[in-house]
Ligand binder design. Structure first.
Ligand code: ATP
Ligand code: LTN
Length: 338
């Protein structure tokens, strides 16, 4: 009872990940690792954002497979389903319902200004769903009275919109939503692509050489690190401006080894790019191996995985419905007749 009580009193942390490609070390260091590390401090809601994934075209079979893959990977990375809630966004109808409500107080101009919309609309088509993506994200967060939202830097703008919509609703209809905070881990908030250090590491790039996937084989990891772009000169030095590729690799090394960037820099000063890259590849192979072992165990037991997702959705639905009804009630909907 004391344990259960403690769990209920914890503040809420919620974040989401789209089942739209191979999860990579950017997703892990920028987001998932924070969810894992904060599980003792917060009640964590780890959401698989399938409604967001369909804002760009998805093959149905691939979406189904990726959704289960992400679920198994989250557990393999250390999300403990006994402490935390792992669920699929589309299993909780309140997300789409609150998004509709929030759409009615969202200025169109703010959505058109979003960087992600501007970047994706040319390749994915200018669909209303892509434009409204940040409103759905605001609904995801506000439904759980979330305190903390650990995300990579690319999501900061969406968090700001979420805060502004919550304030606007609260001011107009009375206190309804907690105002959430973004939790952004400075050094790993934006890992850059291995083949292009001017763009963020991304699972939706045409080349798999852009990222290290959490499920990449040791040989793939070694090959991708070996061919990763480096900068001119030979010095291993942390210099964001003049040596963005090496700076990116140093940040990755630091995050996986637990040593400060400056210490990694000192250790490799005077050695070659090749030697540093070789050690980085072996570090990644060693750190990803236990995740991959746990992933294969999880993925091999589909029944258990489906049960975890079903339980997670039930817990999420109960909380989300309460906030949704409260918001609708304040707006004048006859929620008591539902
Ligand atoms: P991508 O652009 O790689 O296809 P995404 O950013 O569109 O993926 P998600 O997979 O949903 O979408 O991202 C999950 C989490 O990973 C988010 O919090 C996002 O900010 C974070 N993230 C994505 N790419 C990086 C990166 N290169 N560095 C750090 N964090 C990242
Ligand atoms: N848009 C996010 C994924 C996402 C999310 C959320 C993150 C969907 N809903 C709620 C935090 C909170 C992305 O990473 N692309």
């Amino acid at each position: 009872m004391v344990g259960a009580q403690k769990k209920m009193n914890k503040q809420i942390l919620l974040s989401g990940i789209q089942p739209s490609g191979a999860l990579h070390i950017g997703n892990y260091l920028g987001a998932i690792k924070q969810w894992v590390d904060l599980q003792s401090e917060y009640r964590v809601f780890a959401m698989i954002a399938d409604l967001h994934a369909i804002t760009v075209p998805q093959e149905p079979e691939a979406l189904r497979n990726k959704t289960l893959e992400v679920a198994a990977l989250l557990i393999a990375c250390g999300i403990d389903h006994k402490k935390s809630v792992i669920f699929i966004q589309s299993h909780v109808p309140a997300h789409a319902e609150l998004a509709w409500v929030l759409n009615t107080i969202t200025p169109l101009g703010e959505l058109e200004r979003m960087t992600q919309f501007k970047e994706k609309k040319d390749t994915s088509g200018e669909m209303a769903g892509l434009l409204n993506y940040p409103v759905l994200m605001a609904a995801d967060i506000l439904l759980y009275q979330t305190e903390s939202v650990p995300v990579g830097e690319d999501q900061q703008q969406h968090l700001e919109l979420t805060r502004s919509l919550a304030n606007k609703f609260n001011n107009r209809f009375g206190d309804t939503f907690r105002i959430p905070k973004a939790h952004i881990q400075k050094d790993t908030a934006r890992l850059m692509g291995l083949d292009d250090p001017t763009k963020k590491m991304s699972k939706s790039t045409p080349s798999a050489n852009n990222y290290i996937g959490l499920l990449d084989t040791p040989d793939d990891i070694r090959r991708k690190i070996k061919i990763a772009i480096t900068d001119s000169g030979k010095e291993i030095a942390y210099d964001e401006e003049n040596k963005p590729a090496i700076a990116n690799l140093l940040r990755i090394f630091s995050a996986f080894s637990g040593s400060a960037v400056a210490d990694v820099e000192t250790k490799y000063r005077g050695t070659s790019y090749a030697e540093f890259k070789q050690d980085l590849a072996e570090l990644l192979v060693a750190k990803l191996e236990p995740i991959q072992v746990r992933y294969h165990e999880r993925a091999g037991d589909q029944d258990a995985l489906l049960k975890i997702l079903k339980d997670g959705a039930e817990q999420a639905r109960a909380i989300a419905r309460e906030t949704l009804y409260n918001a609708q009630n304040k707006m004048g909907f006859l929620t008591s007749l539902k």
